[in-house]
Design a protein around this ligand. Structure first.
Ligand code: FES
Length: 111
């Protein structure tokens, strides 16, 4: 049984646990995903672009969508990693998340 998140461009894959956000998983993988506001949906530094497995995440609430309006290089697959909670609705899945942060120009290609 494999339930994991694969982070790009690092290419690191990390298992997930109930209640994890994408930010929790990134930090467990020791990925330097910025989270300036401490996971309170008050910045956009944890911006990620989901290129696979979005159905295994809780849908964004309006407060996240409003905050994402401020994110550089956002697109329809953009999420704030601190707000996206993983749903363990299948025995096996992999969510692919591209860390937008410092590579906004590259991230736009993922959209
Ligand atoms: S850490 Fe600030 S919005 Fe996610």
């Amino acid at each position: 049984m494999k339930q994991s998140v694969r982070f790009e461009p690092a290419g690191l894959e990390e298992p997930v646990y109930p209640g994890d956000t994408l930010l929790d998983v990134a930090l467990a993988a020791r990925i330097a995903l910025e989270h300036e506001c401490g996971g309170n949906c008050a910045c956009t530094t944890c911006h990620v672009i989901i290129s696979g497995g979005a159905e295994y995440l809780t849908p964004p609430e309006q407060v996240e969508l409003d905050r994402l309006e401020e994110a550089e290089a956002r697109c329809s697959q953009s999420r704030l990693a601190c707000q996206a909670i993983i749903r363990l609705t299948a025995e096996e899945f992999t969510i692919s998340a591209f860390i937008a942060g410092e590579t906004a120009a590259t991230a736009q290609k993922e959209c």
